[in-house]
Design a protein around this ligand. Structure first.
Ligand code: ADP
Ligand code: ZN
Ligand code: ZN
Length: 721
């Protein structure tokens, strides 16, 4: 017998190993330990064959089979193999992406401290017979263990639980038992659905595969709808997966889902330790976790019996993995739902054009919630024309007055600016010098308090120069505005209210983020200044004004999705206003008030914009109307990078139904010292794109690997240039 084994390597092939005679044959999806290049490696069996084409002395034998059962449930196995083909990514890396680190290292799938302990029959008799009267801790422990108890519960029960437990185990008075399947933790406590919400729930059959696009304005009660559906599925004894954007996973959301469904909720996110992640995977696989809520990679959680997948804020960019295996979690969720024959619900106030396109063509059911659930009206968007009233430090006079009025009315204000730091440019008025990152072709951002110039695209930072490095001029100016500058200005203007700055510098993790936002939760007047970290998933009823300080740059961008992303961001930030009973207002500062983007957005809304964009993209063959992929290359040497792509393109077979353009420089041509170039593949159908990609990859694989050159494919790229 021979085994085809995938190893976690960036290679589009698997490796052949011999199975020693007499060993049980492992199934595909089981891990094995194999010798590889004078080391040992963990691999995954992808196929078992009777024949081997290689000469027998060229094939090594596997050293150990690590699993009796595949580590991937069958639907996940299918999904990963399908995704490796769809994204044209090396299968070994794809299979390993889905495993928690301890499994990648060859450890058993069951975490050491999972499972429960319980008294045995003889233990109960010993307890009744008074065996433990002189050992009070053991007596208490035995009483505690009359029911199955998890390791976590035991740990909380007594400091030295392990030692006592071991003694009891030696006498066979206690034994380890599997954890009980997930059970409801209480009754669901949530709002009674309004008529519109009820219609949505009724329209989605919770059996069989379907994809529903739930387009509901911010505050329309989408989360309540998810919870009603989740409860039905959970009561039927099945599990639920909820995907949320990176910034959306807050303790408030977990608590809300737990209370609203009446079932325990387990979180899965990048902040967990390897062992915690392993435990969540194990519990989901055993069926002891009912609901898993997680970010992008949670789409790979193994489940015992998954019955529903919800993808909240489905348009969010964080669902696309931007390095390594570049999958889109929303699209994989839909594929997995189809395979499992279960419903998938995609929710958003501003759906991606991809999902709208699928809805238009009848692939997704399109349902809507058009009004806010809690009664307040949706905020009106208004523009402040910066051509007629400039401001200082990025805040115009009318914006200032609106902030003052809102604070005096006892309400809160959110000022949005998509630039962290103090100012985006440091400039010498005498000779024109600018603080530029030498590795990235981009200005370095002034971080004034910390005293640094920092590049936001690589790790470079330099001391803030006091005088011009070129001409020695002593009065350098800061051009433009970032969150720090705005926060400083607001503190000067309104010294009596707390000013809370929220960006990646001020809130590096969930805890500090939660801590920072405490005054906002308390509801007292305050001003929040922040980046798009503030846009998502927060429900603070007392925010009365949302001020957008600058958003114009996107309107100059060459990225064909820039306007789509801007509209989504603006409406999402705007959605933070007036979520309680009182209405809110939204003011957007702009130099371009007559730009068609703003005119359409304000007069006719997102749907009108989306319709227009879809028409344009159809005309131009751009996604989602056409199918796109990139072959990207990076090298410190420009010619190496561009030359590689030229060579790959030149080697393409003649009749191809896809169009290949390039090599083009990336929009950011240099990053962290690397030149970046790309080939763009555009095709009418996925099959044509796949054929072209395969030809490109075959060509690229043949070119001898050059040191210092990296290349990869990006299918359905989100940042296309
Ligand atoms: P979304 O997820 O669409 O932004 P949420 O589900 O967070 O909306 O609901 C917004 C607010 O409206 C929340 O405070 C929620 O408690 C409230 N809400 C939602 N549905 C109802 C309802 N049927 N009755 C009363 N309040 C509701
Ligand atoms: Zn100078
Ligand atoms: Zn840089």
């Amino acid at each position: 017998m021979w085994l085809q084994v995938a190893l976690p390597l960036p290679l589009y092939r698997s490796f052949t190993y011999a199975l020693p005679a007499g060993w049980p044959v492992p199934r595909p999806g089981c891990r094995v330990r194999v010798p590889f290049a004078h080391r040992k490696a963990i691999g995954v069996v992808v196929a078992v064959c009777e024949q081997c084409e290689l000469p027998a002395d060229r094939v090594s034998a596997i050293e150990a089979v690590l699993d009796d059962e595949p580590v991937y449930p069958s639907d996940l196995w299918w999904l990963l193999n399908w995704a490796a083909g769809y994204y044209q990514h090396p299968p070994g890396e794809v299979l390993f992406t889905a495993l928690p680190a301890p499994l990648r290292e060859g450890r058993p799938p069951q975490p050491a401290d999972d499972g429960c302990w319980q008294a045995t029959e003889s233990g109960r008799q010993a307890l009744e017979a008074g065996q433990f009267q002189r050992a009070p801790v053991r007596q208490a422990l035995m009483e505690f263990l009359l029911q199955p108890r998890s390791v976590a519960a035991l740990r909380a029960f007594h400091k030295h639980w392990r030692r006592h437990l071991r003694l009891l185990q030696q006498q066979a008075w206690v034994e380890s038992v599997p954890s009980p399947l997930a059970q409801a933790s209480g009754t669901a406590a949530r709002h009674a659905l309004n008529a519109a919400q009820q219609q949505v729930v009724d329209a989605v059959a919770l059996q069989g595969f379907s994809t529903t696009l739930l387009q509901g304005v911010t505050g329309s009660g989408k989360t309540e709808v998810y919870m009603a559906m989740m409860e039905q599925v959970l009561r039927a004894g099945r599990q639920v997966l909820v995907l949320v954007p990176e910034i959306g996973l807050t303790p408030q959301l977990l608590q809300r889902l737990e209370q609203g469904t009446g079932w325990p909720v387990t979180a899965l996110h990048s902040g967990l330790s390897d062992r915690e992640r392993q435990r969540v995977h194990w519990q989901a696989r055993q069926g002891t976790a009912a609901v898993v809520v997680g970010t992008r990679s949670a789409v790979f959680t193994p489940f015992a019996d998954l019955g529903l997948i919800v993808v909240d804020e489905e348009h969010d960019g964080s669902y696309k993995q931007q390095e390594g295996f570049r999958y889109h979690a929303r699209d994989l969720a839909v594929a997995r739902g189809r395979k499992l024959d279960i419903p998938v619900v995609l929710g958003s106030a501003t759906p991606s054009l991809e999902s709208l396109w699928n809805a238009v063509r009848g692939r997704y059911r399109h349902l809507r919630l058009k009004t806010r659930a809690a009664g307040a009206a949706l905020p009106q968007l208004r523009l402040l024309d910066l051509r007629v009233e400039q401001g200082e430090h990025g805040i115009s006079e009318r914006m200032k007055a609106a902030v003052r009025a809102m604070l005096e009315a006892g309400r809160q204000v959110l000022l949005f600016i998509n630039q962290r730091g103090y100012a985006p440019v440091q400039f010498c008025p005498q000779c024109g010098w600018q603080g530029h990152c030498p590795d990235c072709d981009r200005p370095m951002i002034v971080h004034r308090k910390a005293g640094w110039l920092r590049c936001h695209h690589c790790r470079r930072q330099e001391r803030l120069p006091a005088t011009c490095p070129d001409c020695g001029h002593g009065a350098l100016v800061h051009v433009g505005t970032g969150t720090q500058r705005v926060a400083e200005r607001v503190e000067q203007l309104f010294p009596d209210v707390p000013v809370i700055r929220v960006d990646r510098d001020s809130s590096r993790n969930v805890q500090t983020f939660q801590q920072l936002l405490k005054p906002v939760r308390d509801g007292r007047p305050c001003v929040l200044v922040g980046t798009q970290m503030l846009a998502k998933g927060h429900d603070y009823p007392n925010i009365g004004l949302v001020g957008v300080l600058q958003a114009d740059q996107s309107l100059y961008s060459l990225d064909f999705r820039a306007q789509e992303h801007l509209a989504q961001l603006l409406l999402q930030v705007a959605g933070r206003a007036g979520r309680g009973r009182q209405a809110g207002e939204v003011l957007i500062q702009t130099w371009l008030p007559e730009h068609p983007f703003f005119v359409t957005l304000l007069q006719r809304g997102y749907d009108a914009l989306a319709e227009q964009w879809l028409k344009e993209r159809q005309l131009l063959g751009l996604p989602p109307a056409g199918h796109m992929a990139l072959l990207r290359a990076e090298a410190r040497d420009r010619e190496l990078c561009e030359g590689f792509l030229l060579q790959v393109k030149a080697g393409l077979p003649a009749p191809l139904q896809a169009k290949v353009s390039g090599p083009l420089p990336s929009l950011m041509q240099r990053k962290a010292g690397f030149f970046r170039y790309l080939l763009v593949v555009q095709a009418e159908t996925r099959a044509q794109r796949q054929a072209c990609l395969q030809a490109l990859l075959a060509g690229a694989e043949q070119i001898r690997r050059r040191k210092g050159l990296r290349w990869w494919v990006d299918v359905d790229p989100q940042d296309p240039f």
